[in-house]
Design a protein around this ligand. Structure first.
Ligand code: FAD
Ligand code: UDP
Length: 366
């Protein structure tokens, strides 16, 4: 007899949803995480009464009603709408690319004028079938926007030339011919009132959790404890990198408390020129309309990932995806291990994708 039905590796969204749903069905779970807190990358720390997104800005958005109802069953959401501003060499532009941006760049006032300007630049570029992020971006919005708002940001974010990156990354951003600065096209959007920790704390109520505990330090012991393992860490590490190491992009966060009420007037300001070493400055209080006397800002610096660093983003180019497929073939044959989440599936998943996936896994499993 094993001690637990499930050993769950990782207390992020995927692991926490699985633990909650298993526990609800009377299954016993042990959840471990190598970090010293639950929540994975959505974890917030309360400083000066402000929920600080410790691992970068997290804005919840989805068009999936089931996912939206699910998260709302744990916490109420506010009506925050993400509208980042881009700073390029001291000039400010609205994001995503919309009529406000086009006016700021070209003084065009109508969708027709904006479309003509973009079409003219696309024609000059001679791009018909975009083969990489650079070509895809120019095809979508023309060369001016590419040069000022995309190239520098993208190349520092990923540490690669835009010509070496897959085009799907830029397709995450909407392009609109309306004066609408909403960064997402989704039906539902917001920030949990009181912060993301509330969701995870509710999910893990009554579940045995061990923090500061790395699966790989005692792998055999952990595997012998439970009938099944739910693994949300790096899939290549699970298989001892036998097909080679998958590439990730890491980040460094520099948090600062400032003795002023309102530093930048917006939650997110992107710095799109290559020469500024950070990609964005987050002012956390604006996610929840905070009125605290002080403010906390975070600079986000992209950095090279080396073993031991936090693997924030999978780099889903062809080479890495091919490697991942080999790991996936092995994973698909495992009868006693479930792989889930951003790292184990090696996918650039947002929170709603992870929740959708976790709920599907739960449906299959129970
Ligand atoms: P994680 O949150 O990474 O959790 C995995 C957990 O497993 C971690 O806590 C880790 O410590 C633990 N772990 C790994 N290996 C081991 C091991 N060997 N032993 C023990 N524990 C282990 N999504 C949005 O929807 N909106 C946003 O605005 C948004 N912004 C983002 C900004 C940044 C900078 C980043 C990096 C991501 C952003 N995301 C956003 C994506 C979001 O963070 C993820 O989709 C989601 O948090 C992934 O959940 P997860 O459970 O798969 O992984
Ligand atoms: N991007 C850009 N300029 C910006 C914001 C984003 O060129 O001001 C590009 C960049 O390549 C980035 C991608 O769009 O990696 C996706 O942006 P998103 O805001 O979705 O990134 P995330 O929040 O996931 O880091």
């Amino acid at each position: 007899m094993k001690k637990y039905d499930y050993l769950i590796v990782g207390a992020g969204l995927f692991g926490s949803i699985f633990a909650y749903e298993a526990n609800k069905r009377g299954k016993t779970c042990l959840l471990i995480d190598k970090r010293n807190h639950i929540g994975g990358n959505i974890y917030c720390e309360n400083i000066e009464g402000i929920n600080v997104h410790k691992y970068g800005a997290h804005i919840f958005h989805t068009s999936n009603r089931e996912v939206w109802d699910y998260v709302n069953s744990f916490v109420e959401f506010n009506r925050y709408t993400n509208s980042p501003v881009a700073n390029y060499k001291g000039e400010l532009y609205n994001l995503p690319f919309n009529m406000n941006t086009f006016y700021q760049l070209w003084k065009v006032k109508t969708p027709k004028e904006a479309m003509a300007k973009i079409a003219e630049q696309v024609k000059e570029s001679n791009i018909t079938e975009p083969k990489n992020l650079e070509e895809q971006a120019i095809k979508l919005v023309g060369n001016d926007i590419y040069e000022k708002l995309i190239k520098g940001y993208t190349e520092k974010q990923w540490g690669k030339k835009a010509t070496e990156l897959p085009s799907f990354i830029i397709k995450r951003l909407p392009v609109r011919l309306t004066f609408d600065n909403n960064y997402f096209n989704d039906t539902y959007q917001g920030i949990p009132i009181g912060g993301y920790n509330k969701i995870i704390e509710k999910m893990l109520n009554g579940i045995e959790v061990k923090l500061d505990t790395d699966f790989f330090k005692n792998r055999e012991e952990f595997e012998n404890m439970a009938d099944k393992v739910v693994f949300t860490g790096m899939i290549d590490e699970f298989y001892d990198h036998k097909f080679g190491t998958l590439e990730y992009r890491s980040l460094k966060f520099e948090h600062e408390t400032l003795d002023e009420e309102n530093h930048q007037g917006n939650a997110v300001v992107n710095y799109t020129e290559y020469e500024v070493p950070y990609t964005r400055i987050i002012e956390h209080k604006h996610f929840e309309d905070g009125k605290q006397p002080k403010t906390i800002v975070t600079k986000e610096y992209p950095s090279t990932w080396n073993k031991g660093d936090e693997p924030y983003y999978p780099i889903n180019n062809d080479e890495n995806n091919e490697k991942y497929e080999k790991y996936k073939d092995m994973a698909d044959k495992e009868a006693k291990v479930i792989f889930g989440g951003r790292l184990a599936q090696y996918k650039y998943y947002d929170m709603h994708n992870v929740i959708e996936q976790a709920l599907n896994v739960v449906k299959n499993e129970f």
